[in-house]
Write a new protein. Structure first.
Length: 432
């Protein structure tokens, strides 16, 4: 069985190498279209090549772009790595580790550093291999790290990833020194809190607090965020409850309120509130959450907003308006109905998308048989959330994409390569 598993892995590597080569060839055959501003790092490639990969695999813009850039890096700039990948002697995990280690490295030096890590790559743990490749690339990079760091700082970001059971992962991309300082501070505070045994969820058989250090770290982070976001340095509320948080090793106290001020959209059926069903609540931007969490949030909500929905389909009932810009109520309903971008494969949250008229509001388009289609209305049926990339791919006539309504909640997309995709609107769980 071990031999069989190993042989299957070699076969999978061979297949993925063939795919990478084909993706690279496809990208080179998709030149920029008229009036297009191609990617800075790839001036000979159309930024719309990504859209075809998105549609074919049903993946987001970032994932499709990674497939193309990784294929180009592997095929064009790491020929020895690609050769071992092709014959199955280097598996997918190590190849991904090498690609991660080569990120932001000038392509012209990649081939010359391959022999410094490739011979021992298969015997390395993938994470260790990434560190090794990154270290080698760093030592051979002709550009000073100070310059690269200043450029990389512009990619600072915070994001959130849904997890099962009503949990989520909050991540951040920060300068290394600041991130390390923050983590070490959280670690010190968490150790102090654990030593004091504050707010334990229970005790172990030996009588010690059962909450782990990891839980304390998470709780300290939330406490600090609540403190900063809820309390000002002046005012009666600050004087009453916003005392400075204790230093590590000092006893904790009731300094923090439990809610960061923000707007959350939660959908709960009337039957569930009345106890007539067991349907869970839905948190916009996440998905299903326990009803108890919804009740806790509702208890501290400053206002409620009610939406009337069809009891059978759950579709929000509204009346369309013949103006280009939808009123706030309509825009809100469209984003609640479609919580993510409706571009094929894209899952960008609707709240950060533009509202697109599937049938254009002010531009005539033609059907496949040459007939002029009527101008679209600003209605719930015609409006879809689309991220700027997917919106531009659809509306720029030079890209060759056509999207049309073919039925209630159904759109038909034809790509420049002739592929046809039918999409049906549905109540899918949205990412953050």
């Amino acid at each position: 069985m071990l031999n069989y598993i190993q042989a299957s892995e070699r076969q999978a590597s061979w297949a993925m190498a063939r795919q990478a080569k084909a993706i690279n060839v496809f990208a080179t055959r998709r030149p920029p279209v008229l009036g297009e501003d191609p990617p800075v790092k790839h001036p000979d490639r159309s930024r719309y090549a990504t859209a075809e990969i998105m549609a074919m695999f049903g993946i987001g813009t970032g994932a499709a772009e990674h497939l193309i850039t990784d294929a180009e890096l592997l095929v064009q700039h790491l020929p020895d790595t690609f050769a071992q990948f092709s014959d199955g002697s280097l598996d997918q995990r190590r190849v991904r580790a090498v690609i991660r280690g080569c990120e932001n490295t000038p392509p012209q030096i990649l081939h010359e550093i391959e022999n410094k890590f490739l011979n021992s790559a298969m015997s390395c743990n993938p994470n260790a291999l990434t560190r090794k490749v990154r270290g080698i690339a760093e030592r051979h990079n002709p550009e000073p790290i100070e310059q690269r760091h200043q450029r990389a700082r512009t990619n600072r970001d915070v994001w959130i990833t849904p997890l099962p059971d009503g949990m989520a992962c909050l991540g951040a991309r920060l300068p290394a020194t600041e991130a390390t300082l923050l983590f070490n501070s959280l670690e010190d505070w968490a150790k102090a809190a654990k030593t004091n045994g504050e707010d334990s969820h229970g005790t172990t058989p030996t009588g010690r607090p059962s909450r782990s250090l990891a839980e304390y770290r998470a709780d300290v982070l939330m406490d600090l965020l609540h403190q900063v976001l809820l309390h000002s340095s002046s005012g009666s509320e600050a004087n009453e409850s916003a005392a400075a948080p204790p230093l590590p090793g000092q006893p904790c106290g009731p300094y923090f309120k439990k809610r960061i001020p923000a707007v959350l959209n939660i959908t709960v059926s009337a039957d569930r509130l009345l106890g007539a069903s067991n349907d869970p609540a839905t948190l916009d931007g996440y998905g299903l959450i326990p009803l108890d969490d919804a009740k806790e949030l509702a208890a501290t909500a400053k206002f409620w907003r009610r939406f009337l929905t069809d009891p059978d389909s759950g579709r929000i009932v509204s009346v369309g308006r013949k103006t280009r810009k939808p009123p706030r109520a309509m825009a809100r309903e469209v984003r609640l109905r479609d919580p993510v971008c409706t571009g094929i494969g894209c899952d960008r949250p609707a709240r950060s998308c533009e509202l697109d008229h599937t049938a254009p509001y002010s531009r005539f388009v033609y059907s496949s048989d040459g007939v002029v289609r009527p101008l679209g209305e600003t209605s719930l049926e015609n409006l879809r959330p689309r991220c700027p990339y997917c919106h531009h791919v659809k509306d720029d006539p030079h890209t060759g994409w056509t999207v049309e309504n073919v039925g209630p909640g159904v759109t038909r997309t034809v790509t420049p390569t002739g592929r046809v995709y039918l999409q049906t609107q549905g109540h899918m769980a949205a990412p953050f």
